[in-house]
Design a protein around this ligand. Sequence first.
Ligand code: KG4
Ligand code: ZN
Length: 339
Amino acid sequence: MIVLGIETSCDDSAAALVAGGQLLASVVSSQDAVHGPYGGVVPELASRQHIRNLLPVVDQALRRASLTLADVEGIAATRGPGLVGSLLVGLALAKGIAQRRHLRLVGVNHLEGHLLAVNLERPVDDPVPLPFLGLIVSGGHTGLHLARRAGEYACLGRTRDDAVGEAFDKAAKLLGLGYPGGPAIQRAAAGGDPRAIRFPRARVKRSRFDFSFSGCKTALRLHLAGGRPSATALPDVAASIQEALVDMLVETTVEALLATAVERLVVAGGVAANQRLRSRMTEAAAALGVEVLFPRPELCTDNAAMIALAGTPRLLGGTDDGLALAADADLPFGFAWTG
Ligand code: KG4
Ligand code: ZN
């Protein structure tokens, strides 16, 4: 089945074509240049950009796959969580195409998309075996999820305040490094000493799988004392703040691996593109005999291929969410984990 995926949950306008779980084409139009001057995503500007970008992005994906809309057999669009204005643009286009072409349409949870992106690089008949633990680390979300059976997820913990990508972005803003902050901090950290400055590592007391990252930016602000590090001091500061964020992710994930006793860990979302996180998590998982899988960096950040893939089983099963499909900015993902 050829599925058109549409993703507009935040600031990337994305479309993709996936056939029977195999990636044919994926196009992502970034809005970084629009939001860059603000150091973070401006919701109203994001939805206006989606209106401008989305149709050309869908056309480009079809061209790259050498297909036309007449070849599309089903549509999967992100329905949440995310910025409501942005989500509405994607859903409106998805519904328009579905109605005009008499196609089934399913709404997809953005977080399920991130978790399943790793399967886009595997043979269709060899997805990551279940159960696995998923760590989703992006600009809007940070959480640990247990994928038990197909379509069945439990949430072990999530951030109590900032998402880890947001922490990278805010730290980069304080350091004058621009937006998006994660890649900028990674670049600035090259050659720096991750142990140069000991930024605090927060633990959430009563909930051992939850995260808290907002203290990091406060600690950095206090360290900078209103100034900016010199060019020679910057690599150490960037490497140290990156290390603090990575440490918190690794420690909590290791605890969750021990508690769930699963054999596989999937790390997904924009921050999973971070090289330091990739190497530290690989080491920590190896010490526990756990296999760790990361999508390649372009599939870690927001894209519509993961949405098309996540929607495919429901489309194949005959589901049609139809025109009643509603955006949900706070769409929950998975039930609470009870051990
Ligand atoms: O998954 P994503 O594209 O969008 C959301 O769903 O939020 O994640 C974007 C986030 C941004 O905060 C960005 O700074 C971060 O991912 N990011 C990184 C890296 N690449 C992107 N953070 C750390 N290191 C990277 N290499
Ligand atoms: Zn995302």
